[in-house]
Design a protein around this ligand. Structure first.
Ligand SMILES: Cc1cc2nc3c(=O)[nH]c(=O)nc-3n(C[C@H](O)[C@H](O)[C@H](O)COP(=O)(O)OP(=O)(O)OC[C@H]3O[C@@H](n4cnc5c(N)ncnc54)[C@H](O)[C@@H]3O)c2cc1C
Ligand code: SF4
Length: 338
Protein backbone atom coordinates (compact mmCIF):
# COMPACT_ATOMS: atom_id res chain seq x y z
CA UNK A 1 0.00 0.00 0.00
CA UNK A 2 1.42 3.36 -1.04
CA UNK A 3 -0.14 6.12 1.02
CA UNK A 4 -1.15 9.41 -0.52
CA UNK A 5 -3.07 12.48 0.58
CA UNK A 6 -6.34 13.49 -1.04
CA UNK A 7 -7.62 17.04 -1.37
CA UNK A 8 -10.43 18.69 -3.31
CA UNK A 9 -9.78 21.90 -5.20
CA UNK A 10 -12.38 24.58 -4.56
CA UNK A 11 -11.76 26.53 -7.79
CA UNK A 12 -9.24 26.71 -10.63
CA UNK A 13 -6.98 29.14 -8.75
CA UNK A 14 -7.01 26.84 -5.72
CA UNK A 15 -6.13 23.82 -7.91
CA UNK A 16 -3.19 25.71 -9.44
CA UNK A 17 -2.09 26.92 -6.00
CA UNK A 18 -2.15 23.38 -4.58
CA UNK A 19 -0.19 21.87 -7.49
CA UNK A 20 2.36 24.67 -7.48
CA UNK A 21 2.92 24.08 -3.76
CA UNK A 22 3.66 20.36 -4.14
CA UNK A 23 5.70 19.00 -7.07
CA UNK A 24 4.78 15.43 -6.02
CA UNK A 25 1.04 16.13 -6.40
CA UNK A 26 -1.16 15.14 -9.35
CA UNK A 27 -4.58 16.33 -10.34
CA UNK A 28 -7.26 13.71 -10.80
CA UNK A 29 -10.34 14.19 -13.00
CA UNK A 30 -12.25 11.05 -14.12
CA UNK A 31 -9.46 8.84 -12.78
CA UNK A 32 -9.80 6.26 -15.59
CA UNK A 33 -6.10 6.42 -16.46
CA UNK A 34 -4.45 7.81 -13.35
CA UNK A 35 -5.91 5.22 -10.95
CA UNK A 36 -4.71 2.37 -13.21
CA UNK A 37 -1.24 3.91 -13.30
CA UNK A 38 -1.22 4.16 -9.51
CA UNK A 39 -2.31 0.53 -9.16
CA UNK A 40 0.53 -0.57 -11.46
CA UNK A 41 3.02 1.54 -9.47
CA UNK A 42 3.81 3.69 -12.50
CA UNK A 43 2.54 6.89 -10.87
CA UNK A 44 3.11 7.44 -7.16
CA UNK A 45 1.71 10.88 -6.36
CA UNK A 46 2.15 11.95 -2.74
CA UNK A 47 -1.06 13.95 -3.05
CA UNK A 48 -4.10 13.77 -5.31
CA UNK A 49 -5.85 17.03 -6.03
CA UNK A 50 -9.40 16.27 -7.10
CA UNK A 51 -10.56 18.78 -9.72
CA UNK A 52 -13.68 16.84 -10.71
CA UNK A 53 -16.06 19.26 -8.99
CA UNK A 54 -14.70 22.44 -10.57
CA UNK A 55 -17.11 24.40 -12.81
CA UNK A 56 -15.47 23.31 -16.07
CA UNK A 57 -18.33 21.20 -17.45
CA UNK A 58 -19.90 23.58 -19.96
CA UNK A 59 -19.94 23.42 -23.76
CA UNK A 60 -20.46 26.99 -24.95
CA UNK A 61 -20.57 28.77 -28.29
CA UNK A 62 -17.80 31.36 -28.67
CA UNK A 63 -18.48 34.86 -30.05
CA UNK A 64 -16.44 33.88 -33.13
CA UNK A 65 -18.77 30.97 -33.97
CA UNK A 66 -16.67 28.17 -32.47
CA UNK A 67 -17.16 26.03 -29.38
CA UNK A 68 -15.47 26.16 -25.98
CA UNK A 69 -15.44 22.80 -24.21
CA UNK A 70 -14.74 22.78 -20.48
CA UNK A 71 -11.92 20.47 -19.37
CA UNK A 72 -14.30 18.42 -17.21
CA UNK A 73 -16.94 17.74 -19.87
CA UNK A 74 -17.26 13.94 -19.89
CA UNK A 75 -16.36 12.27 -23.19
CA UNK A 76 -19.94 10.86 -23.51
CA UNK A 77 -21.60 14.23 -22.97
CA UNK A 78 -19.32 15.81 -25.54
CA UNK A 79 -19.92 13.15 -28.19
CA UNK A 80 -23.70 13.45 -27.72
CA UNK A 81 -23.83 17.23 -27.41
CA UNK A 82 -26.24 18.55 -30.10
CA UNK A 83 -23.77 21.20 -31.32
CA UNK A 84 -20.99 18.61 -31.62
CA UNK A 85 -23.26 16.13 -33.38
CA UNK A 86 -24.42 18.79 -35.84
CA UNK A 87 -21.26 20.80 -36.44
CA UNK A 88 -18.31 18.59 -35.45
CA UNK A 89 -19.40 14.99 -36.21
CA UNK A 90 -15.75 14.09 -36.83
CA UNK A 91 -15.08 14.76 -33.15
CA UNK A 92 -18.18 12.82 -32.04
CA UNK A 93 -17.13 9.84 -34.17
CA UNK A 94 -13.58 9.84 -32.81
CA UNK A 95 -14.75 9.97 -29.19
CA UNK A 96 -17.25 7.16 -29.72
CA UNK A 97 -14.55 5.01 -31.32
CA UNK A 98 -12.65 5.07 -28.00
CA UNK A 99 -12.91 2.99 -24.83
CA UNK A 100 -16.37 1.85 -23.65
CA UNK A 101 -19.57 3.67 -22.73
CA UNK A 102 -18.79 3.31 -19.01
CA UNK A 103 -15.28 4.72 -19.44
CA UNK A 104 -16.49 7.56 -21.64
CA UNK A 105 -19.02 8.49 -18.93
CA UNK A 106 -16.14 9.02 -16.47
CA UNK A 107 -13.33 10.21 -18.78
CA UNK A 108 -12.98 13.97 -19.16
CA UNK A 109 -11.84 16.21 -22.00
CA UNK A 110 -8.72 17.38 -20.13
CA UNK A 111 -7.88 13.87 -18.92
CA UNK A 112 -8.17 12.49 -22.46
CA UNK A 113 -5.51 14.96 -23.63
CA UNK A 114 -3.21 14.05 -20.74
CA UNK A 115 -3.67 10.26 -20.77
CA UNK A 116 -0.36 8.39 -20.91
CA UNK A 117 0.89 5.98 -23.55
CA UNK A 118 -0.25 2.34 -23.67
CA UNK A 119 3.25 1.01 -24.41
CA UNK A 120 3.40 -2.36 -22.62
CA UNK A 121 6.70 -1.61 -20.92
CA UNK A 122 5.56 1.73 -19.56
CA UNK A 123 3.01 -0.19 -17.47
CA UNK A 124 5.59 -2.70 -16.20
CA UNK A 125 7.88 -1.14 -13.57
CA UNK A 126 10.12 -4.26 -13.72
CA UNK A 127 11.38 -3.20 -17.18
CA UNK A 128 13.53 -0.28 -18.37
CA UNK A 129 11.48 2.59 -19.79
CA UNK A 130 12.78 6.11 -20.45
CA UNK A 131 9.30 7.55 -20.23
CA UNK A 132 8.65 6.08 -16.78
CA UNK A 133 12.22 6.33 -15.50
CA UNK A 134 14.41 8.71 -17.54
CA UNK A 135 17.78 7.24 -18.48
CA UNK A 136 16.79 3.62 -17.84
CA UNK A 137 16.53 2.67 -21.54
CA UNK A 138 13.73 1.71 -23.93
CA UNK A 139 12.53 -1.90 -23.77
CA UNK A 140 10.27 -1.52 -26.80
CA UNK A 141 12.91 -0.71 -29.43
CA UNK A 142 14.18 -4.30 -29.39
CA UNK A 143 11.17 -5.79 -27.64
CA UNK A 144 7.49 -6.30 -28.40
CA UNK A 145 6.66 -3.21 -30.41
CA UNK A 146 3.59 -4.16 -32.45
CA UNK A 147 1.56 -1.23 -31.14
CA UNK A 148 4.40 1.30 -31.08
CA UNK A 149 5.17 4.28 -33.29
CA UNK A 150 6.44 4.46 -36.86
CA UNK A 151 6.73 8.24 -37.18
CA UNK A 152 8.58 10.86 -35.15
CA UNK A 153 10.31 8.25 -33.01
CA UNK A 154 13.66 8.71 -31.25
CA UNK A 155 16.29 6.29 -29.95
CA UNK A 156 14.93 7.04 -26.49
CA UNK A 157 11.25 6.21 -27.08
CA UNK A 158 8.90 4.81 -29.73
CA UNK A 159 5.64 5.20 -27.80
CA UNK A 160 2.36 6.40 -29.31
CA UNK A 161 -0.25 8.74 -27.90
CA UNK A 162 -3.33 6.55 -27.44
CA UNK A 163 -6.19 9.05 -27.74
CA UNK A 164 -8.83 8.98 -30.47
CA UNK A 165 -10.39 12.29 -29.49
CA UNK A 166 -7.05 14.09 -29.87
CA UNK A 167 -6.69 12.95 -33.49
CA UNK A 168 -9.96 14.69 -34.37
CA UNK A 169 -9.03 17.77 -32.30
CA UNK A 170 -5.73 17.98 -34.17
CA UNK A 171 -7.49 17.78 -37.55
CA UNK A 172 -10.00 20.43 -36.46
CA UNK A 173 -7.23 22.86 -35.41
CA UNK A 174 -8.37 23.08 -31.80
CA UNK A 175 -6.75 25.30 -29.17
CA UNK A 176 -5.99 24.21 -25.60
CA UNK A 177 -6.60 26.75 -22.83
CA UNK A 178 -4.54 26.25 -19.69
CA UNK A 179 -4.27 27.99 -16.33
CA UNK A 180 -1.15 28.26 -14.20
CA UNK A 181 0.54 30.47 -11.61
CA UNK A 182 1.20 33.11 -14.30
CA UNK A 183 -2.44 33.15 -15.44
CA UNK A 184 -4.12 31.65 -18.51
CA UNK A 185 -2.58 30.95 -21.91
CA UNK A 186 -3.65 29.27 -25.13
CA UNK A 187 -1.68 26.54 -26.90
CA UNK A 188 -2.35 25.49 -30.50
CA UNK A 189 -3.29 21.81 -30.50
CA UNK A 190 -0.38 20.99 -32.83
CA UNK A 191 2.04 22.32 -30.19
CA UNK A 192 0.38 20.74 -27.15
CA UNK A 193 1.75 17.18 -27.43
CA UNK A 194 5.49 16.66 -28.00
CA UNK A 195 7.63 14.22 -29.90
CA UNK A 196 9.77 12.06 -27.59
CA UNK A 197 13.26 13.31 -28.56
CA UNK A 198 15.57 12.69 -25.64
CA UNK A 199 12.94 13.70 -23.05
CA UNK A 200 10.17 11.14 -23.56
CA UNK A 201 9.05 11.52 -19.94
CA UNK A 202 7.56 14.91 -20.94
CA UNK A 203 4.39 14.28 -22.97
CA UNK A 204 3.12 17.83 -23.45
CA UNK A 205 4.05 21.50 -23.29
CA UNK A 206 1.96 21.92 -20.16
CA UNK A 207 4.14 23.45 -17.42
CA UNK A 208 4.27 21.47 -14.13
CA UNK A 209 1.80 23.69 -12.24
CA UNK A 210 -0.59 24.28 -15.12
CA UNK A 211 -3.94 22.57 -15.70
CA UNK A 212 -6.11 22.38 -18.80
CA UNK A 213 -9.28 24.43 -18.36
CA UNK A 214 -10.84 24.19 -21.82
CA UNK A 215 -10.47 23.15 -25.45
CA UNK A 216 -11.71 25.51 -28.13
CA UNK A 217 -12.87 24.56 -31.61
CA UNK A 218 -12.82 27.05 -34.48
CA UNK A 219 -16.07 27.53 -36.45
CA UNK A 220 -15.16 25.21 -39.31
CA UNK A 221 -16.29 21.66 -38.50
CA UNK A 222 -16.24 19.91 -41.92
CA UNK A 223 -19.63 18.36 -41.07
CA UNK A 224 -20.46 17.40 -44.68
CA UNK A 225 -17.26 15.59 -45.64
CA UNK A 226 -15.39 13.83 -42.87
CA UNK A 227 -14.46 10.36 -41.66
CA UNK A 228 -12.81 8.90 -38.56
CA UNK A 229 -11.44 5.49 -39.43
CA UNK A 230 -9.97 3.42 -36.58
CA UNK A 231 -8.17 0.15 -37.25
CA UNK A 232 -7.68 -2.02 -34.17
CA UNK A 233 -7.25 -5.63 -33.14
CA UNK A 234 -10.82 -5.90 -31.76
CA UNK A 235 -13.91 -4.18 -33.09
CA UNK A 236 -14.45 -2.29 -29.85
CA UNK A 237 -12.74 -1.50 -26.57
CA UNK A 238 -9.24 -1.46 -28.07
CA UNK A 239 -6.70 1.24 -28.81
CA UNK A 240 -5.92 2.17 -32.42
CA UNK A 241 -3.21 0.43 -34.39
CA UNK A 242 -3.78 3.19 -36.91
CA UNK A 243 -6.53 5.79 -37.03
CA UNK A 244 -7.27 8.55 -39.51
CA UNK A 245 -9.23 11.75 -39.09
CA UNK A 246 -10.00 13.06 -42.57
CA UNK A 247 -11.94 16.23 -43.36
CA UNK A 248 -12.53 17.88 -46.72
CA UNK A 249 -14.18 21.02 -48.01
CA UNK A 250 -15.27 20.46 -51.59
CA UNK A 251 -16.16 23.13 -54.13
CA UNK A 252 -16.93 22.67 -57.81
CA UNK A 253 -15.72 19.07 -57.78
CA UNK A 254 -12.32 20.01 -56.31
CA UNK A 255 -10.82 20.01 -52.84
CA UNK A 256 -10.84 23.53 -51.41
CA UNK A 257 -9.41 22.57 -48.03
CA UNK A 258 -8.21 19.29 -46.49
CA UNK A 259 -7.33 18.13 -43.01
CA UNK A 260 -5.62 14.84 -42.27
CA UNK A 261 -4.38 13.53 -38.93
CA UNK A 262 -3.21 10.07 -37.87
CA UNK A 263 -3.48 8.32 -34.51
CA UNK A 264 -1.69 5.22 -33.23
CA UNK A 265 1.48 5.96 -35.20
CA UNK A 266 3.36 8.65 -33.26
CA UNK A 267 3.92 10.28 -29.87
CA UNK A 268 1.30 12.85 -30.88
CA UNK A 269 -1.48 13.10 -33.46
CA UNK A 270 0.44 13.15 -36.75
CA UNK A 271 -0.27 15.98 -39.20
CA UNK A 272 1.75 17.55 -42.00
CA UNK A 273 0.75 20.82 -43.65
CA UNK A 274 2.48 19.63 -46.82
CA UNK A 275 0.17 16.59 -47.18
CA UNK A 276 -2.91 18.78 -46.81
CA UNK A 277 -1.53 21.38 -49.24
CA UNK A 278 -0.99 18.62 -51.82
CA UNK A 279 -4.74 17.92 -51.77
CA UNK A 280 -5.79 21.53 -52.24
CA UNK A 281 -7.17 22.23 -55.73
CA UNK A 282 -7.13 18.54 -56.70
CA UNK A 283 -10.05 16.38 -57.74
CA UNK A 284 -10.96 14.08 -54.82
CA UNK A 285 -9.68 10.86 -56.40
CA UNK A 286 -7.48 7.91 -55.43
CA UNK A 287 -4.38 9.34 -57.11
CA UNK A 288 -4.56 12.56 -55.09
CA UNK A 289 -5.26 10.61 -51.87
CA UNK A 290 -2.30 8.29 -52.51
CA UNK A 291 0.01 11.28 -53.02
CA UNK A 292 -1.14 12.85 -49.75
CA UNK A 293 -0.62 9.52 -47.94
CA UNK A 294 2.93 9.28 -49.29
CA UNK A 295 3.74 12.75 -48.00
CA UNK A 296 2.14 12.19 -44.61
CA UNK A 297 4.01 8.90 -44.13
CA UNK A 298 7.35 10.16 -45.43
CA UNK A 299 10.15 9.22 -43.02
CA UNK A 300 8.09 6.39 -41.50
CA UNK A 301 10.22 3.66 -39.96
CA UNK A 302 8.96 0.30 -38.78
CA UNK A 303 10.46 -1.90 -36.06
CA UNK A 304 10.49 -5.71 -35.75
CA UNK A 305 6.73 -6.11 -35.14
CA UNK A 306 5.09 -2.94 -36.41
CA UNK A 307 6.43 -2.33 -39.93
CA UNK A 308 2.99 -3.44 -41.18
CA UNK A 309 1.62 -0.15 -39.86
CA UNK A 310 3.18 1.80 -42.75
CA UNK A 311 1.16 -0.04 -45.41
CA UNK A 312 -1.87 -0.17 -43.14
CA UNK A 313 -1.74 3.59 -42.60
CA UNK A 314 -1.39 4.23 -46.34
CA UNK A 315 -4.51 2.19 -47.10
CA UNK A 316 -6.41 3.68 -44.15
CA UNK A 317 -5.64 7.24 -45.32
CA UNK A 318 -6.90 6.50 -48.82
CA UNK A 319 -10.03 4.86 -47.47
CA UNK A 320 -10.82 7.61 -44.96
CA UNK A 321 -10.36 10.31 -47.61
CA UNK A 322 -12.57 8.36 -50.03
CA UNK A 323 -15.26 8.09 -47.35
CA UNK A 324 -14.94 11.79 -46.51
CA UNK A 325 -15.22 12.80 -50.16
CA UNK A 326 -18.29 10.61 -50.64
CA UNK A 327 -19.99 11.92 -47.50
CA UNK A 328 -20.05 8.35 -46.17
CA UNK A 329 -18.06 8.45 -42.93
CA UNK A 330 -16.74 5.19 -41.48
CA UNK A 331 -17.96 5.81 -37.97
CA UNK A 332 -21.56 6.86 -37.69
CA UNK A 333 -22.32 10.11 -35.95
CA UNK A 334 -23.30 9.70 -32.31
CA UNK A 335 -26.93 10.49 -33.15
CA UNK A 336 -27.24 7.56 -35.51
CA UNK A 337 -25.76 4.93 -33.21
CA UNK A 338 -27.11 6.09 -29.88
C1 LIG B 1 -9.71 -0.10 -20.69
C2 LIG B 1 -9.54 1.28 -21.29
C3 LIG B 1 -9.71 1.43 -22.66
C4 LIG B 1 -9.55 2.69 -23.23
N1 LIG B 1 -9.69 2.84 -24.59
C5 LIG B 1 -9.48 4.06 -25.16
C6 LIG B 1 -9.57 4.25 -26.56
O1 LIG B 1 -9.83 3.30 -27.32
N2 LIG B 1 -9.36 5.50 -27.06
C7 LIG B 1 -9.08 6.56 -26.25
O2 LIG B 1 -8.91 7.67 -26.75
N3 LIG B 1 -8.96 6.41 -24.92
C8 LIG B 1 -9.16 5.19 -24.37
N4 LIG B 1 -9.03 5.04 -23.02
C9 LIG B 1 -8.47 6.14 -22.24
C10 LIG B 1 -9.48 7.07 -21.66
O3 LIG B 1 -10.04 7.83 -22.71
C11 LIG B 1 -8.69 7.97 -20.72
O4 LIG B 1 -8.31 7.17 -19.61
C12 LIG B 1 -9.49 9.17 -20.26
O5 LIG B 1 -9.81 10.00 -21.33
C13 LIG B 1 -8.71 9.96 -19.23
O6 LIG B 1 -9.57 10.95 -18.69
P1 LIG B 1 -9.78 11.06 -17.11
O7 LIG B 1 -10.60 12.25 -16.86
O8 LIG B 1 -10.29 9.77 -16.54
O9 LIG B 1 -8.27 11.31 -16.66
P2 LIG B 1 -7.54 10.94 -15.28
O10 LIG B 1 -7.28 9.48 -15.21
O11 LIG B 1 -8.22 11.60 -14.14
O12 LIG B 1 -6.17 11.70 -15.53
C14 LIG B 1 -5.29 11.31 -16.56
C15 LIG B 1 -4.07 12.24 -16.53
O13 LIG B 1 -4.48 13.54 -16.89
C16 LIG B 1 -4.17 14.48 -15.87
N5 LIG B 1 -5.28 15.43 -15.91
C17 LIG B 1 -6.60 15.15 -15.88
N6 LIG B 1 -7.32 16.27 -16.06
C18 LIG B 1 -6.43 17.29 -16.20
C19 LIG B 1 -6.54 18.69 -16.42
N7 LIG B 1 -7.73 19.29 -16.56
N8 LIG B 1 -5.41 19.41 -16.51
C20 LIG B 1 -4.19 18.83 -16.38
N9 LIG B 1 -4.03 17.51 -16.16
C21 LIG B 1 -5.13 16.75 -16.09
C22 LIG B 1 -4.06 13.67 -14.60
O14 LIG B 1 -3.19 14.28 -13.66
C23 LIG B 1 -3.46 12.37 -15.13
O15 LIG B 1 -2.08 12.50 -15.29
C24 LIG B 1 -9.22 3.81 -22.41
C25 LIG B 1 -9.07 3.64 -21.04
C26 LIG B 1 -9.23 2.39 -20.47
C27 LIG B 1 -9.05 2.25 -18.98
S1 SF4 C 1 8.68 3.16 -26.17
FE1 SF4 C 1 8.74 4.80 -24.66
S2 SF4 C 1 7.18 4.14 -23.22
FE2 SF4 C 1 7.75 2.31 -24.36
S3 SF4 C 1 9.46 1.33 -23.26
FE3 SF4 C 1 10.35 2.74 -24.73
S4 SF4 C 1 10.65 4.58 -23.52
FE4 SF4 C 1 9.14 3.39 -22.44
Amino acid sequence: MVNFQYARATDVADAVRQIAADPAAKVIAGGTNLLDLMKYGVERPARLIDISRLPLKAVEETPGGGLRIGALVPNSDLAHHPLVEARYPLLASAILAGASQQLRNMATTGGNLLQRTRCLYFYDPATPCNKREPGSGCSAVDGINRTNAILGTSDACIATHPSDMCVALAALDATVHVAGPAGERAIAFADFHRLPGDTPHIDTDLAPAEIVVAVELPPKGFAANHSYLKIRDRLSYAFALVSVAAALELEGGRIKEARLALGGVAHKPWRKAEAEAALRGEAPDRAAFARAADILLRGGRGFAHNAFKIGLARRAIERALTQAAGGTPQSQSSKKIR
